[in-house]
Design a binder for this molecule. Structure first.
Ligand SMILES: [Zn+2]
Length: 384
């Protein structure tokens, strides 16, 4: 199986960038209806359809859902790449479809997707709603879980650009978690299977993104869906699609998610999750929140008529404008940033900071400024 070739062949070109809503998704879903069972599982708060796509006839059942956080579209893109592959007549696909029944929910939160918010239309984080079950989308996912009775679950998300893979200077491009099922974060046979799968996935993913795989925090939270399903006895893995160098549209990361999904099915097909990979799982460095999008070092600031040399950092906010996502740079930290990295860094050589306001950087201010002998920075970036 050559992952990169498969990605090239099956990449869904109609989906691109960060904004993926029902409007983009529905026509693409339509073209899969001849080879798959497409169902409206239920409705969102604003009565939008929540679709599932089912394929395969095997006894081993896999449930995968994405975009339960509306602004986390990378794994949805990867699922559509996968749907193209699963519609092909590859021998591998035939084998998988004999062993597995796949049920995909490619957009659990269509209202959030449309508004590009994490939460649903009632401003509830669906991944903190599994004790309360106060929202139709969370109830629908639980009902689907109960009626489909999966043997393995995949909880697919995006994470922010702030995470490094451990103490490296690399972004955590993909992070995994085998969620805890109790406060003590113990390991039972259910969680062990999730850990074993992740151990195998990490090993394979290292070939493509060495030292850019992270492990998400495993603190138990019964409000989260993964912890709940794991507690209910079904191995569940969390995928977090993260930042790859210069890939704010997450078109590279999408590829690595596609690859990890293929590897997951290959490992499950070969029943490669019975060998204990706890050590391999724990070897994956933890997500370390030490990145800003841009860091500016050694800048001179005139503060109350005294000059000081300091550093500041910028974080992009993803803001929706005309159904497209703008990455707008805001100042988010000022001071000693020794232990932080920027995905982009500028050394300002102790030159003087100026802006159109009072000539020093302020938190939450847009990053438009001027640095003497360097130039003009617009939306955080130096304009030559
Ligand atoms: Zn999420």
């Amino acid at each position: 199986m050559n992952h990169l070739t498969l990605f090239k062949e099956h990449h869904e070109k109609e989906l691109y960038g960060r904004y993926v809503s029902l409007l983009q998704m529905e026509p693409i879903l339509e073209k899969h209806k001849h080879k798959n069972i497409i169902t409206v599982l239920g409705k969102s708060v604003l009565e939008k359809p929540i679709y599932s796509l089912q394929t395969g006839t095997g006894d081993f059942k896999l449930l995968l859902w994405s975009q339960m956080h509306g602004n986390e579209s990378t794994t949805t893109k990867a699922l559509f790449d996968l749907f193209n592959f699963l519609d092909s007549d590859s021998e591998l696909v035939k084998q998988w479809k004999t062993k597995f029944t796949f049920l995909f929910v490619p957009m659990l939160n269509p209202d959030g997707a449309e508004k590009y918010t994490r939460e649903n239309a009632n401003q509830i984080d669906l991944n903190r709603d599994f004790l309360n079950l106060s929202q139709p989308e969370s109830r629908l996912l639980l009902e689907t879980f109960q009626s489909f009775k999966p043997d393995f679950c995949f909880n697919l998300h995006d994470q922010r650009t702030i995470f490094a893979a451990g103490t490296t200077r690399n972004p955590a491009t993909v992070s995994f978690l085998a969620p805890s099922y109790n406060e003590a974060c113990e390991v039972n046979t259910v969680r062990q299977k999730a850990m074993n799968l992740i151990g195998g996935l990490n090993e394979r993913l290292q070939k493509y993104i060495p030292n850019q795989v992270g492990r998400f925090d495993d603190g138990f939270n019964r409000n989260c869906v993964g912890d709940t399903f794991q507690q209910l006895g079904v191995p569940t893995v969390l995928f977090e699609a993260g930042h790859f160098q210069n890939d704010y549209e997450r078109e590279e990361t999408r590829k690595f998610i596609f690859i990890s999904l293929l590897d997951s099915f290959a490992l499950l097909y070969e029943n490669d999750i019975v060998s204990n990979k706890t050590a391999d799982y724990l070897k994956i460095p933890q997500n370390n929140p030490c990145f800003y999008d841009i860091v500016y070092r050694n800048v001179k600031i005139n503060y109350d008529n005294s000059f000081l040399i300091t550093n500041f950092a910028v974080q992009f906010k993803e803001e929706i404008y005309n159904s497209a996502i703008e990455f707008n740079a805001y100042i988010s930290s000022i001071g000693d940033l020794t232990h932080f990295h920027g995905h982009l860094e500028y050394d300002l050589q102790k030159e003087l900071y100026e802006d159109n306001d009072d000539n020093f950087p302020k938190i939450d201010e847009k990053a438009n400024f001027f640095v003497k002998n360097c130039g003009n920075f617009v939306n955080g970036l130096l304009k030559k």
